[in-house]
Design a protein around this ligand. Structure first.
Ligand code: ZN
Length: 590
């Protein structure tokens, strides 16, 4: 019979420990230590407490914990000496039904992994939805992680152990993230649409107004209708806009949403999570026949990533009156203009100006987004509240030194342009690290017409600098540019620098950030506030409305803009619960 949290909170210590038997493989000390922090408001809080116990236990105890696990599909499985829990999980992943070739492959991987790292490979084989990874997914992950850095792999094994515990805990408490699973499944359904050329390779790419993009819009429109939105339209820029009416007609509107276009060879959750989470909330409200005292407008933004045309945030930009008609003449790589693409999709660019929202009609804008970074994953936290979207500046630079003979030119007579930029990279790296939460990146570095035997006479580069507020960013920019001037002077090189982008930071509106904080706290999830390093649709809406964002932890160290981008249905469930909490708070306030 399933345990309840109340039983766990009120039981004597030894009985409570007994209830948590088998969670951490042969390591009952973890649950025992965490139980000292009772009472727990939620399973999420209990899970986090246990993860903290492991983090504080030190490397030797962590290694012992990892080594207490059997090899995946290994000897213990064959000899049937696995713990009941492990046996159940390896069974469920189909590891007991491997073909001889698969079995041999896994044995080979075990034989390489275990000696390399000194501990067995750990993977939560029930996967992000809890229903099991395929054997191919398991083998692919095993192969990929064989190349990991030992320090990273140790932490990744621990994170997988915590995920295994999360699933075991769900079983013990009879908890299933039903809505989280539904939201997870919606992402899978939407991911079946992918642009030609990528679809064939099993990759996800959805760029503005392609056939796959329009199929996505049609899918989202149908889902919004099915979930109970009163009015669903595709607007003039291609956004899918759903409206769930308030209990009174003259109410204001809460705006939410995110984008459904993707980068090339993308993950399935970037942007889309911010559409499906509020969709699940409206589905629940509709099922209960419940109306809020404000309208809820969900926008699935058509374009954010700037992949097909050289323009980004087309969807959210249109809502703040920032569609530049000159963009219509831009051509994609096939020579199709944005104007033609829009006509083909039945959109009328003349109507885009009319999409601009009047702030007087709105309460504010909230956006849920996968974190796209490693922070929450490292902290073992499912949710994070965003304090600010970083402001950024980008430059295109060109250092001109002297190209000369690599053999005959002594080191002290050179003006090496690439070495000058290399120095700049290190200077920018040091300067950003000094702030703690600034970032600086030279993403492109080119030596035009370079050769093995020529000192680089020219080096072109990009520079991307971001910080949580404009003053911090500008101070960093001033220092990095001063460093470049000094480096060039000393190396007798000259340079040009062209600013290609400048975006103001978008600090969260305090009242809205606090609503997210209360929502997260109500779920018993320890609160973590953090800046957003990436740009988001909320950045555009910031110009019109108070805004705040909620981040959801990514798996695989938070990797994003990559097919490995992932999050669990348990974390999705918490995101839906947090969004529902925010709606309840707002309803109580009005
Ligand atoms: Zn995004």
């Amino acid at each position: 019979m399933a345990i309840t949290l109340e039983q766990l909170n009120s039981a004597p210590a030894d009985q409570a420990a007994h209830m948590l038997d088998g969670l951490y493989e042969h390591s009952p000390w973890i649950a025992q230590a965490a139980l000292g922090q009772r009472p727990f408001a939620s399973l999420a809080q209990l899970k986090h407490a246990m993860a903290r116990v492991v983090a504080a236990a030190g490397r030797d105890a962590q290694l012992a914990l990892i080594r207490a696990h059997p090899e995946l599909g290994g000897k213990a499985m064959v000899d049937q000496t696995l713990t009941t829990e492990s046996s159940h999980e390896q069974n469920r992943a189909g590891l007991t039904h491997c073909t001889p070739a698969e079995f041999a492959r896994i044995q080979d991987l075990n034989a390489r992994y275990t000696p390399k790292f000194g501990f067995p490979f750990i993977l939560a084989v029930r996967g992000p939805r809890g229903t099991g990874l395929s054997r191919q997914q398991i083998i692919d992950t095993f192969e990929r992680r064989l190349h990991g850095h030992p320090a990273f792999e140790l932490q990744e094994c621990l994170r997988n152990i915590h995920r295994i515990v999360e699933l075991r805990l769900n079983d013990k408490f009879g908890v299933e993230p039903v809505t989280g699973n539904l939201v997870w499944d919606w992402h899978e359904e939407l991911a079946q649409f992918s642009d030609a050329g990528y679809r064939e390779r099993g990759q996800l790419t959805v760029t503005y107004l392609t056939e796959a993009h329009r199929a996505c819009a049609a899918y989202l429109q149908a889902q919004m209708r099915a979930c109970g939105f009163d009015d669903v339209v595709i607007d003039a820029v291609g956004n899918v806009v759903g409206r769930y009416d308030a209990d009174k007609p003259d109410a204001k509107t809460l705006l939410t949403g995110s984008h459904f276009d993707t980068v090339r060879n993308a993950g399935k959750y970037d942007g889309r999570l911010g559409i499906f989470v509020p969709l699940a909330c409206v589905r629940a409200l509709h099922a209960q026949g419940r109306r809020l005292p404000f309208h809820l407008e969900l926008v699935a933004f058509a374009e954010e990533e700037g992949q097909r045309f050289k323009a980004t945030f087309l969807g959210s930009g249109a809502l703040v009156g920032q569609f530049d008609p000159r963009w219509l003449d831009q051509l994609d790589t096939d020579g199709i203009s944005m104007r033609q693409a829009m006509a083909h999709a039945g959109l009328n660019p003349a109507d885009i100006a009319g999409l601009q929202r009047d702030p007087a009609d709105y309460l504010g804008f909230v956006e849920v987004h996968i974190e796209q970074g490693p922070v929450l994953n490292e902290l073992d936290l499912p949710l994070g509240v965003v304090t600010s979207i970083n402001g950024g500046v980008r430059y295109l630079g060109d250092v001109i030194g002297t190209a000369c003979h690599a053999g005959t030119t002594p080191m002290d007579r050179r003006s090496d342009a690439a070495a000058a930029v290399a120095e700049l990279i290190l200077a920018a790296e040091r300067r950003a690290a000094q702030d703690g939460d600034s970032v600086a990146t030279v993403g492109q570095l080119m030596v035009p017409n370079g050769s093995t035997n020529v000192v680089p006479g020219r080096c072109q580069f990009t520079l991307d600098l971001r910080a949580p507020n404009d003053a911090q960013r500008d101070a960093m920019v001033a220092d990095v540019l001063a460093a470049l001037a000094e480096i060039a002077e000393r190396r007798q090189a000259r340079y040009t620098l062209e600013q290609t982008m400048r975006a103001a930071a978008a600090p969260s509106a305090p009242a809205w950030q606090q609503r997210w904080e209360r929502a997260v706290a109500t779920l018993g999830v320890p609160l973590h506030c953090m800046p957003s390093g990436a740009g988001h649709d909320a950045m555009k809406l910031h110009e019109l409305l108070p805004q705040a964002m909620l981040f959801v932890r990514g798996q695989n160290a938070g990797i994003s803009h990559n097919p490995l981008e992932s999050t669990t249905s348990d974390d999705m469930q918490l995101a839906v619960d947090a969004f529902a909490q925010l709606l309840d708070q707002l309803a109580a306030e009005y």
